[in-house]
Design a binder for this molecule. Structure first.
Ligand code: AMP
Ligand code: ZN
Length: 142
């Protein structure tokens, strides 16, 4: 499996940087975003390092979508957001800041005016941890 020792998401996959893990299998990892736009904002990434949608392997992409549906359903059950986007950025102009392929599971509040290129603001860790616990509980019921 391809990894990049300088990549922050590869470090999370390797367990060198902690995360609020939601789901893991041989191919993908899902964890809470630490700069959440809304409660329950989380990521689904390939374990293999690929910079973007162009480079990721088709089997890895399939596994990410499968996991993203599972996680998104759990977010919906746990937090009942008004809506939810699945978002993915390729290149800085598209808002990509971590160059390791990932999907955003992006819960929406009515009137939150979230845009594609949102500002990253550090989240409240206790609140992220609490949402993590609720989503994990919903995943366990799936
Ligand atoms: P993007 O800007 O689409 O590349 O998304 C990268 C996302 O990764 C952003 O929403 C960041 O908040 C998130 N992020 C960066 N570092 C970490 C980390 N150590 N743990 C969790 N999320 C992270
Ligand atoms: Zn990587």
């Amino acid at each position: 499996m391809h990894t990049d020792p300088e990549c922050i998401f590869c470090k999370i996959v390797a367990g060198q940087i902690p995360c609020f893990k939601l789901y893991e299998d041989a191919t993908v990892l899902s964890f809470m975003d630490i700069n959440p736009v809304n409660d329950g904002h989380c990521l689904v990434i390939t374990k293999a390092h690929a910079e973007n949608f162009y480079d990721a392997g088709p089997d890895d992409l399939q596994a990410v979508i499968r996991a993203a549906q599972r996680v998104a359903r759990a977010v919906d059950r746990a937090l009942a957001p008004a809506g939810l986007n699945i978002i993915q950025a390729n290149g800085p102009a598209a808002g990509q800041s971590v160059f390791h392929y990932h999907l955003h599971v992006f819960p929406r509040r009515a009137g939150d005016n979230a845009s594609f290129n949102w500002q990253q603001i550090p989240g409240d860790m206790q609140r992220i941890e609490a949402n993590h616990g609720k989503i994990l509980a919903a995943l366990a019921q799936a």
